[in-house]
Ligand binder design. Structure first.
Ligand SMILES: Cc1ncc(COP(=O)(O)O)c(C=O)c1O
Length: 398
């Protein structure tokens, strides 16, 4: 797999899209490059060839090997990771595991992902605990200012802090290292929500020393859809509880481990997990550097062109908050904000009239265009976006 990826003169050619589609939303749903798709097909073929042999005798070792590649990539040992379908699944395991007493507080902030807020709102309601949503500084001038503001909302009752490594609506890298360090000093549990950090920035779970880290591999790492992981710090491994109960126990009959409850979740095709190693292989250090440099150039171009058009500045908290591959840019508001679950009319027009797939989110009274760039995107894609927006703007429909 690694060799085939390296031979690509243009790594972007490992992806293919239908003619007429300009895909600028890897941040929501990241399609896989060909070597990863090939690996997924090959694992499925092996499963289908003899499911008994594969599921009973081979699968667990293969999963551990794939997890080993991923563990190296995120700076931990594979004994601390389990595969899960996605970050949402991982977060639900954390919610099922952290004990909360009436009056305890769980601290999130106003840049967190909507589904994560829902998970913790429900969990707090069930426990009689209080969900506290800190308002980060606006504009978020620096990492220090963000940490200070977050800790202003910490009280003696704060049991857990849930924080994105890279935020979804605003595409900001948050100062998770410092937040985890200060939380440890106060005995507060930390859960980092990291789907956008995987591959876009370096992750060392050993250094971060959070209690839990949730991620989806099917975003920037471009592993198959339905692949994610949960990191559980050794100090939690005896206490972590599955969100789905199945047989537990190791199929292969190895030594009991905390992972036993998480590996066999009923019968399923594990090809997405197994092919995650192919995605890690694809992103060897040279490819990773190339991806980050290339995508940074494109998001900078998008920032320049869109901000020139709107006269607004991007949301940022200094260079340290800059995610290379994703940027959220404010565009003029509209009177009729679409209700939750419905798309912005401009998002529909971009898709229908110009083939551009890009999300527009309404967040804290702002209308944000979130531009994602990956190895397959080019300056032509960004120019196409800007030109279409400009035309739309001139017909004053933005
Ligand atoms: C910050 C953040 N957390 C969690 C999720 C959920 O990821 P998934 O849908 O892969 O579970 C997302 C998805 O976009 C996200 O942006």
């Amino acid at each position: 797999m690694r060799d085939s990826a390296k031979k690509l003169v243009s790594p972007g050619s490992a992806w293919s899209f239908p003619d007429g589609v300009t895909y600028l939303n890897h941040g929501s749903f990241g399609p896989s490059p060909k070597p990863v798709l090939d690996a997924q097909v090959e694992w499925t073929r092996r499963l289908e060839q003899n499911p008994m042999t594969f599921l009973i005798h081979e699968c667990e070792d293969a999963l551990e090997a794939s997890l080993g590649s991923l563990a190296k990539f995120v700076g931990t040992s594979r004994g601390n990771l389990v595969f899960v379908d996605n970050a949402t699944f991982a977060m639900n395991i954390v919610a099922a595991s952290v004990e909360l007493q009436p009056g305890d507080e769980v601290l999130l902030n106003d840049h967190e992902y909507g589904a994560v807020l829902r998970i913790w709102r429900r969990r707090c309601q069930d426990a009689g605990a209080r969900l506290v949503v800190a308002e980060l500084p606006d504009p978020p001038t620096s990492h220090d200012a963000i940490v200070e503001r977050l800790f202003e909302s910490v009280s003696d009752r704060t049991r857990l802090i849930v924080i994105s490594h890279v935020t979804s609506p605003t595409a900001l890298v948050l100062p998770v290292e410092e937040v985890c360090r200060r939380a440890r000093e106060r005995g507060i549990v930390t859960c980092v929500d990291g789907p956008h950090a995987l591959a876009t920035i370096d992750i060392s779970l050993r250094t971060l020393d959070c209690d839990f880290y949730c991620a989806s591999c099917h975003k920037w790492l471009s592993a198959p859809f339905g692949s994610g992981f949960l990191f559980v710090n050794p100090r939690w491994q005896k206490r972590v509880r599955p969100a789905i109960v199945s047989w537990g126990g190791s199929i292969g009959g190895r030594q009991p481990s905390w992972k036993d409850e998480f590996v066999w979740l009923g019968t399923r095709n594990p090809a997405a997990f197994l092919a995650t190693a192919a995605a890690v292989d694809f992103f060897d250090s040279a490819m990773l550097a190339r991806f980050r440099e290339h995508s940074r150039g494109l998001t900078e171009l998008a920032t320049r062109l869109i901000c020139e058009m709107t006269g607004r500045s991007p949301i940022e908290a200094g260079d340290e908050s800059r995610c290379p591959s994703m940027i959220s840019l404010e565009i003029p508001p509209i009177a009729d904000v679409p209700p939750p679950g419905q798309r912005d009319p401009l998002q529909n027009r971009l898709r229908e009239e110009a083939g551009i797939e890009i999300p527009i989110v309404h967040w804290q009274g702002r209308r944000l265009l979130r531009v994602s760039a990956h190895l397959y995107n080019s300056t032509a894609d960004i120019d196409h976006l800007a030109a279409t927006m400009r035309r739309d703007c001139q017909s004053s429909r933005v």
